[in-house]
Design a protein around this ligand. Structure first.
Ligand code: DC
Length: 235
């Protein structure tokens, strides 16, 4: 496996996606959005009626093994596109509703285990990868050369989301957005397997009161330092 892995973990809305994309562009690395994997499984599970009051972990595991998940680099967007049975998913997986489905299926050890090798295999033939998620630095890529945990207060994240929706001309209920963010954080942080938390060797940044550019510059300085010390150690 390549050592050139940068992990960015943290709650949704803290700015991980933007920073991950900019890092991938800067270093010429590919990007793994692991949340998209959980969102796809969450959406399929919902469509198949598996997310009722009693969720059966074995059914979810069977669902994952019944589909053929594969990956195709989208060089123009620097992303690793996820394909289901060789076809890209066309449904919208970026909604908060699908985020909640993802968070629900993500608590189950069998689900996480079924996705573990898939995620590691993505890194195996890459010169470099930026991996964005909740457990990238703690579980999936514990040997990553630079680990970042990017967080922000629930209020700051709700403010951003509210503004985004307003700017997109969509109706948005601020209290509802905040309540959903808090509920999802609670589930992601308190699950027994791979809870969302910083790796002991991660740089932790709170973006609540910082612009994207400031956050990116701080992270870039850290990553540059880590990559340089890696090269020094090799020589
Ligand atoms: O990053 P996101 O909002 O797209 O992630 C959606 C949900 O998927 C998140 O609330 C928890 C789960 N997830 C996870 O458990 N582990 C990951 N590495 C990525 C996402």
């Amino acid at each position: 496996m390549t050592n050139q892995i940068i992990t960015i973990d943290g709650p949704s809305g803290a700015g991980k996606g933007t920073v991950a994309y900019r890092l991938a562009e800067h270093f010429g690395f590919e990007l793994l959005d692991s949340g998209a994997l959980y969102r796809i499984i969450g959406l399929l599970a919902f469509q198949q009626g598996l997310l009722g009051d009693e969720i059966d972990e074995d059914e979810l595991e069977r669902l994952i093994y019944s589909i053929n998940l594969s990956f195709r680099p989208n060089t123009a967007q620097r992303t690793v596109q996820i394909l289901i049975d060789d076809k890209p998913l066309t449904d919208d997986i970026r909604t908060e509703t699908v985020g909640a489905y993802a968070s629900k299926v993500a608590v189950f050890p069998k689900v996480r285990n079924a996705l573990l090798d898939l995620q590691r295999n993505i890194a195996s033939n890459k010169t470099g990868l930026v991996a964005d998620g909740r457990d990238m630095g703690t579980v999936i890529f514990p040997d990553a050369c630079a680990k970042i945990f990017l967080t922000a207060s629930a209020k700051a994240r709700a403010d951003r989301r509210f503004l985004q929706l307003q700017q997109a001309g969509k109706t948005a209920d601020y209290d509802d957005i905040l309540a959903k963010i808090v509920a999802r954080d609670e589930r992601d942080e308190n699950r027994t397997v791979a809870p969302s938390r910083p790796a002991p060797d991660a740089l932790v940044i709170d973006s609540s009161d910082k612009s994207v550019d400031v956050v990116f510059d701080e992270i870039l300085a850290f990553v540059d330092g880590q990559l340089n010390s890696m090269t020094t150690n090799i020589n």
